[in-house]
Ligand binder design. Sequence first.
Ligand SMILES: [Zn+2]
Length: 231
Amino acid sequence: MPKRQPIVSSRSPWAAPLAALACALWGGAAAQALPDPAFPVVRPAFVGFVCEAGDPPVARTEAERARFAMRARYREFLPAFFARVGEQPDAFLLMPVDGLRVAQVADTWGAPRGGGRRHEGQDLFAPRGTPVRSATAGFVYRIDDLSLGGLSVTIVGEGGRRYYYTHFDAVPDGLAEGQWVGVDTVIGFVGDSGNAAGTPPHLHLGVYDGSDDDPCAWAAIDPLPLLVDRP
Ligand SMILES: [Zn+2]
């Protein structure tokens, strides 16, 4: 496997055929785009930056092995995204679930979850298939079906803040990694995939910042105080 794949603009009519070719040449790995090159580098300190891997977690199952390998693969691309977003994270997040109001959200931040985990996000309940729009502008960093949450979309916004949307039933066909999205862009449809199986359909929204000494860290913050209703 090469370390990097070619820069393919999601705006280019050749994006899909090139991604397919890359898959054919390189063993069928999912197409994985760098940020749309139409967007300039605004933080040159991140050009050539390498995210430290830290101690690799020990996989106990095949699913974990695949998940950890996926994270490692994507980690290499993270600085390229950081380089193309501004310094300051967004001060507020627009409600991503169509028709839902912030006042209807029951606060479950930090609630106990299975396996000794804590709930690192908020659950936004809505009927299956309800469109989800990006809460901020940003780049689509990852579209995957290997996360604990199931079918997931992760977006890198301003300040390198990452927004993790999961349990999707489906993701729009046209959505591509590396693509710039605005707050009107539909990024998925509410479902119960992954570890939400058997629960009422909802969007899990996780928000992650870097830490003081590691911009690539995934330090969860509570999205609820940042959420505002759409006009
Ligand atoms: Zn959740």
